[in-house]
Design a protein around this ligand. Structure first.
Ligand code: G3I
Length: 318
C-alpha cells in the first residue's frame, strides 16, 4: 500500500508521468492520481516549440505554466521537454538559413529555460531529442542539414547559460539496450563532455512493446553511461501490447515494467522513471500504432492494472 511516490522517495528516486494539459485541467480523476502517485511531471506536449513559440518571438506559456503550477502545488519536479527536436517545431524555424536558425535556437532556449530558471520545481531539460538514426549516424533533420552537429553543443551551452542549476539531458528512443544507436550516443556524450559541453544527463525514452522483447542489457547500458559521469533516467516509459488485452499480455507487460524499475533501482546514477502518461485513456500509442495500445498502468477507467502493481512492488519491495 501507499502511493508510488512514497516508495520511490524512500529510494531517493522520482516516479513521474507525462501530463496532458486537457485532462489535467478538466478531469478530477486524472488530477487525483497525478498528484497522489507521482513526484515528477514531464509535459507531454505543452513545452514543445510549436506550443511555446508558434511564431517568431511570439510566446504562449499557458500549457507550460499550467503544468509547472500544478507541480509546485503538489511538491513535484518538472522535467522540461523538449528544446530542440525535429518534430513539433514550426515551419518558420525549419526554413531558416544557418545564421538565422542558430539565432532562433539561442532565443528559444534562452527564453524558455530562462522563464523557469528561478522556479525550484523545474529542475531539468531535454536539450536535444532524437538526434540519431538507428545505425548511429546523425539523423538528417533540418537542424543537422542546416547546421551540422554544432547545434547540439550550442544548445547545451545556451541552456546552461539560461539556467546554471538545471540538469541538461540528451534523450532518445531505442537506446535502452546496447546497440549501434546507444553506442553512438555514448560516444557523443563522452566527446561533448571532453570538450566541456554541459551534458549532465542521458534519457532513455523506453517506448517498449511486449512483442519485441525486453532489452535485457538495460541495466548494463545505464551503468556504462553512468561511468561517464552523467545521470541517467528513463524518460518516456510505456509498454504497448498487440490489442486486445488478455491476462497473459498484462502479465508480460507487468514483468517489463518491473524490469525497468528494477534496473533503475540497481543503478545509483539513475534518478528515476517517467511513464509516458498513466491512463490508457490518454496515450499516443493507438494514434501511431493502430493495432496496439494499453501501454500504461491504469486502464481507460482509471483502474489500476497489473502493471501498476508491478511498478508499486518494484519500488516498494526489497
Ligand atoms: O493539438 C492538436 C489539435 O488541435 C488537433 O485537432 C489534433 C488533430 O490531429 O492534433 C493535436 O495535436 C496533436 C498533439 O499530439 C496534441 O494532442 C498532434 O496531432 C499529435 O501529433 C501530437 O502527438 C504527440 C507526439 O509526440 C508528436 O510527435 C504525442 O501526444 C506525444 O505523446 C508524443 O511524444 C513523443 C515525445 O515528445 C518524444 N518521444 C516520442 C514520443 C512519442 O511519439
Amino acid at each position: 500500500s501507499g502511493p508510488l511516490r512514497t516508495h520511490a522517495a524512500a529510494r531517493g528516486k522520482f516516479i513521474g508521468f507525462a501530463a496532458a494539459t486537457n485532462p489535467l485541467a478538466n478531469e478530477a480523476a486524472y488530477r487525483t492520481i497525478a498528484q497522489t502517485e507521482f513526484s515528477q511531471i514531464t509535459a507531454e506536449n505543452a513545452m514543445k516549440w510549436d506550443s511555446t513559440e508558434p511564431s517568431d518571438n511570439s510566446w504562449n506559456f499557458s500549457g507550460a505554466d499550467q503544468i509547472v503550477n500544478f507541480a509546485v502545488a503538489n511538491n513535484q519536479q518538472v522535467h522540461g521537454h523538449t528544446l530542440v527536436w525535429h518534430q513539433q517545431t514550426p515551419g518558420w524555424v525549419q526554413g531558416l538559413g544557418a545564421t538565422a536558425m542558430r539565432t532562433a535556437i539561442q532565443d528559444h532556449v534562452s527564453t524558455l529555460v530562462g522563464r523557469y530558471a528561478n522556479n525550484a520545481a523545474v529542475v531539468s531539460w531535454d536539450v536535444v531529442n532524437e538526434v540519431f538514426n538507428e545505425d548511429g549516424t546523425f539523423r538528417s533533420s533540418f537542424w543537422y542539414n542546416t547546421l551540422g552537429q554544432s547545434y547540439i553543443a550550442d544548445a547545451f551551452r545556451w541552456a546552461r547559460a539560461a539556467d546554471p542549476d538545471a540538469r541538461l539531458c540528451i534523450n532518445d528512443y531505442n537506446v535502452e539496450g546496447i546497440n549501434a544507436k546507444s553506442t553512438a550516443m555514448y560516444n557523443l556524450v563522452q566527446s561533448l563532455r571532453a570538450q566541456n559541453v554541459p551534458v549532465d544527463c542521458v534519457g532513455f525514452q523506453g517506448h517498449l512493446a511486449t512483442q519485441y522483447g525486453f532489452p535485457s542489457d538495460l541495466q548494463q547500458n545505464m551503468q556504462r553511461f553512468a561511468a561517464l559521469g552523467v545521470q541517467v533516467r528513463v524518460t518516456e516509459l510505456d509498454i504497448r501490447i498487440q490489442m486486445p488485452r488478455s491476462s497473459a499480455k498484462d502479465t508480460t507487460q507487468a514483468t517489463y515494467y518491473s524490469n525497468v524499475i528494477n534496473a533503475c533501482n540497481a543503478v545509483t546514477a539513475c534518478a528515476g522513471v517517467t511513464i509516458w502518461g498513466f491512463t490508457d485513456k490518454y496515450s499516443w500509442v493507438p494514434d501511431t500504432f493502430p493495432s496496439e495500445g494499453a501501454a500504461l498502468i491504469y486502464d481507460e477507467n482509471y483502474q489500476q492494472k497489473p502493471s501498476y502493481t508491478a511498478v508499486h512492488n518494484a519500488l516498494a519491495g526489497g
